[in-house]
Every structure is written in structure tokens, then in C-alpha cells.
Design a protein around this ligand. Sequence first.
Ligand code: GDP
Ligand code: MG
Length: 724
Amino acid sequence: MAAADGINGANGANGTSNGDHDGEFDHGTQVIDENKEFTQTMPDYLSATHVLQAGFSYHLISVFGSQSTGKSTLLNHLFNTSFPVMSESKRQQTTKGIWMSLATDPEASTDPGKPHMADNILVMDVEGTDGRERGEDQDFERKSALFALATSEVLIVNIWEHQVGLYQGANMGLLKTVFEVNLQLFQKDKSTVHRSLLFFVIRDHIGHTPLENLKNTLMADLNNIWHGLSKPPGLESSQISDFFDFTFTTLPHKLLQPDQFKAETQRLKLRFREETPLNAKQAADGVLDTAETGVFLPAYHRRIPADGLPHYAGNIWRMITENKDLDLPTQQELLAQYRCDEISTACVELFDEIITPFETALNQKIVQENLGPSMKSALDIAISKFTEEAGRYHKGVYKRKLEDLQKKLQARLRVLFVAQLTAAHKTAVEIFADTIQKGIKRSGADFASLVTETRAAVLTDFIAEAMACSLDNMFIYTEELKAVEKDLDDRATRLRGEEMARLLTRMEKSLRSKFTSEDDGAAYMFKTISPTLYPRVWTLFTESVTSQVSVFTQRSTALNATMEENEQAVYQLKKRAWRVLRAILDEETKEQSLITRLMGYFDKDFRYDEHGVPRVWKAGEDIEGTFAKSKETVLKLIPELATFKLEEDKQPPLTEFIGEAPPGLEEAVAEEDDDEEDVTSPTSAKTFTILTPGRITSLTESFNRQADQAFVDAKRGTISSVEQ
Ligand code: GDP
Ligand code: MG
């Protein structure tokens, strides 16, 4: 072992480096410096040595003993560390404060099959007391003992053979301190089984006294010390073995028997192996055969996860230096809070990496692709990291912090979920309306099945999106789904209403063109003014409307209109048809066009003879008689036109034809008829009155004037022919 040989140099450095830091950690790291201050190097050191992420898979060992008893030398031999040792020529103290170094086992890497030391053994080399000058030293001794007990599984007690049995010796004083501070710790921490192993290494063993005797002497002394201690209430009758296990070993003189020393330390090394054999059993007196069991019993482990060790150790040291009572359960809880918060922050950062882009895109108010799976994986990643890393800490704190984290992340995810549903809702209604509108335009599309199919399709998409974002039913979307369904149904009703209105308008238009047709419409019929004019127009009206109603009903059924909706529309169609017709009648019976027509009749009689030949009046012919007869015939037509009626002066059954207003329509109709008098109402004078008395008078007067003029012209014609 090259490392061991180099130790006797000036500062014992053998150049073995732990980790990647250039020379920085050649001798491990100083946890407590020479001013008794806790340094902040431990996290870097644990990170460089890859222990930080080891969870509970690490061990912590401390060494105790008077100054210059070869402690550092022993550690370097056992653990391949490079703690500074005192040069043999200059007898001065080297270890200051407390150092920490990771043990390495070169043989483990060369031959993994051979038994070897456990991984991740952290060794603390504690500055020893100088037997000569106590006082300030004693204070540090007490503090470092407390520190070591609160953190370490195994305490190596280094002692010269010749000191064994010297009850008043410096080492016994040290052990008394260890027991005292241990009791101090237990006063606060009675609930946990908190054991430690005291590993006695008896140095410079000459061999005259067998180990067994040395062991007995030491155990007797230790029990004596224990009995002499004043114990806190509740622990008065406690035994030393309630808290400690003991194991003893000897080592030959390093300088006088260097080869044996080396061989023995190599053998000793293997006691620091992993995994306690099944037959590990404890002797009644608390003396443990660690050669058989190995030293790392699970009960010794302080259960501080490696990544919490720096913070925990720092806090412990602060409590010790502030002379506060060390309350390990409280410290563990504080550590748990601190570490859980740190871990939680790291988890949120991972979560943010995935989720923040989605949150940023929220203002676009669109359905975000891949949101559901991303939400799920972000939550899974964050929570599983937290569970793994924080789960090693105090259970109560961990559970509380886990809940906090879950709530926090869920609250953020819920915002995304709600926004996604809102967007999906909007999209569903848009696609629905769009598809149906396009579908309606396609000829022959069946509105009813179009609605049913489109509704099912957009709802399937909506539910799929909602489900993807619901995080296995963590979020419920029943209400949202209902809202979408309602909106779709409302939209369908509205679309149908619009479509019905368009249909109604189309029907009205086609009726109008039928009514105004010059071939067979009312306009054509008005060319022949006779008592049968209005009956003919009525027949035209009822027949056209009836056939249009049947076309309409067919179409509105295809639109999936309800019976009520259809009845309402038919009712409206009939009323509108009458209004259209009524307007046409007004148009056809305008004074000017009526005069023209009436004059036509008059002229036919008066100006043409029965053969259709224009008359040339001669003197003596009965102009007056013909005139009077022609005029009378035409004047009889005017009252015929005044009222729209059927044969035998019957009123057309308009109200019966239109039917009663279906329920639910009153308002719409009232609105429609708001500005003008309802010409479809049987009580309205305007419904069937085509010419008011005033108009009859004015029409009669106009006609008379024109007819009279024709008479005067005819008269003048005969006079001039007589004069010729
Ligand atoms: P520490 O102060 O307890 O850490 O002691 P060191 O490891 O620095 O060693 C102090 C001195 O004791 C050094 O000069 C070592 O060479 C010497 N030394 C180391 N091991 C032994 C040993 O087994 N027996 C004797 N007699 N001296 C030793
Ligand atoms: Mg030392």
C-alpha cells in the first residue's frame, strides 16, 4: 500500500485525491475549522465524492482519543485517507478542528470478488485533547463528542495499551464526556432507539496481556464511569449497554513492528464491510464480536439522508456552540422542513420546464396540443422526484410538504385544465355550427341526422380532450360537458330557426312571383275585371298557398323541426302570403291603372263597334245613348272591385284558412305587425276593403272626366264632319 508508506512524510499527504476538485480535497474537507466554526465545504465535498445522492447508503465514523496517539495514522491506514499526521521529528499537533474524508478501498476496484469495505464510508478525524493543558480543550472535547454522537454510527476510541486500567487517564475523562453527552441527547430523544458502537483500538499492543484481559479491564472501567454519572430523571437505572455496543481490538506498534501493523490494519479494515450477517447477535454485556458481525448495524445509522447531512451537521454544531439543548427529533424535523422545501423547489423547477410554455400560451385562448400528456408527465416527474428524495426525511413533515406541493401544482394545472375546456368548448360549438351550415348548403342534406352526427363527433373530441387533461379524474368535467351539450342544442335550435326563416322567405318569394305572374297570376287576372275576379284570385291564393305549405312542411321536417315549430311557420307563411297578395291587390287597384283598365272597357264599347272597328260618329247617330250605356256598364264595375269577396257577396274564409295562432307565436307576430294595421285580421277594415268610399268617389270622378272628354271628342268629330 503506497498510501500508507507515504504517511510519515512532513504532512502525510500522499496525493490521493477524492473527487474532481484539483487538490482541494486532497486531505478530505475541514468540517469544523481551527476557530471551531462550521465550514460550508461539506456539500461540495459530498457532491465531488458522489455521496450526496446516496440517500441512506452511507456510513459515518468518528475517531476519538488524546492528541498524538496515532489516530490520523490509523485512519489513513484503514480507510486510505490522507489526513495530516504529525511528523515524527516535529512533535506538534496536526489535526485541527474536525476533518471529514471519504474512505476508499483500492482492493475493491482491483478485485471486486474479494471481500471489501462498504461504499460511502465518511470518516471524521477529530482533534484530540492534549493531556497536558485542559480547560479550553475540554470544552471543545465535549462539543466534538456531542457532534460525533449526533451524527456517527461508530466511534473509534484510540488508546495506548499502557493507558488501559489508568482510570484517571485522559481517555477515561473523554469517555466520561461521551457518556454524559449521550445521556444529554437521550433526555430529549427517549422515543428513538439511538445506539452507537464504541470501537476500541488498543495501540502498541506488546502481547503480554491478552486482548480478553484488556477488554475486561476496560469494560469494568467503563461500567464504573457509567455508575458514577448522575443520570437524568427516567434514566437512573439505565445500563451502559442500553445505548452502546462495544468492540475491542489491538494493533502492534507501528514503528517497531511496521509489517505486522500493516497486516493487522488490512485485516481490521474488512470489519467495515457492508451488510451485517444474519447471525449478528449481541452479547449480554454489550460486547460485540464485530469480526463476526461487521460494524455497521442498522440501529447505529442516524437516518439522515446524505443530501441533508451538511444542513443537519451545521445545525447540530450551531446548537452545540450556542449551548442549546440538543434535541435530535426537533433537529430532524427542522432538517426535514428545510430539505423538503429545497427539494420541492427543485421539483417545481422541473415542473416549470414543461408547464410554463403552456401557461404562457394561455392568453391565446386556444386548445393547446399535447397539454394533457404534458400535464400528466410534469406532475409525475415532480411528484416522483419529491417522493424519492424527500421521502427519506421525517415522515410527518414529508407528508405535509408533499400535500403542499401537490396542492400547488394541482392549482396551476387546474387553471390550464379550465382554460383548455373553455377553448375546447368554443371549438366544439364553432365546428358544430360550421359543419352544419356547410351541410345545409349541400343539397339533400338531412338536417336531423347532420345535427346528430356532428353533435356526436364534436362531443367525442371534447370528452377526449377533457379526459386527457383530467389527470385520471383528479379534475371533473361533468358540468363543463353539460354546458357544451346545452350550447350545441341551443345552437342547433338557432340554426334550424334561421334555416326555417330562410325557407319561409324563399316560400314567400315564390308565392309572390306566382301572384304577380303575367301568365296566370293576379296581375293577369286583373286584365279581366268582372264579378269573378276576386273569387278567381282567392282560388289562386288558396291553391298556391296550400301547395306551398305542403312543400314547406316537407322541408321543415327534414330540418328536424318540431310539430310546434312547423305549425308556427306554416301559420306565418299563410299570413305573409295574404299580406303579399294584399299588397299586389293594392298595386293592381291603384287609381291610375284602374282608370286605364276602366277606360279600356269604356273605349271598347264607345269607340269601337261590335266588330272592333273604330267608330266614326256621324250626325244623327245616338252618341248620347251609346255614351250613357257604355259609362253605366263601366261604372257598375267600380263597386264590384271595392270589396274582396266571393260569389254571392260571401266573405272569403281567410281566418279559417290561416287557422288559429299556434301557442308560443303571439309575441313574434305582434312584433311583426307592430307598425301597420294587420291586414290578415278579420276585424280589420283593411283586410277585405280594396277601395275605400273616398277612393271610389275619386275613381268615379276621374273616370267620368276621362269618359266625358271622350264624349266631347266624339261630339266635336261629328260637328266638324257636318261642317265639311
Ligand atoms: P494523532 O494526533 O492522534 O492524529 O496522531 P498522528 O497520527 O498524527 O501521529 C502522531 C505520531 O505518532 C506520529 O509521529 C506517528 O508517526 C506516530 N505513530 C503513529 N502510529 C503509531 C503507533 O502505532 N505507535 C506509535 N508508538 N507511534 C505511532
Ligand atoms: Mg490527527
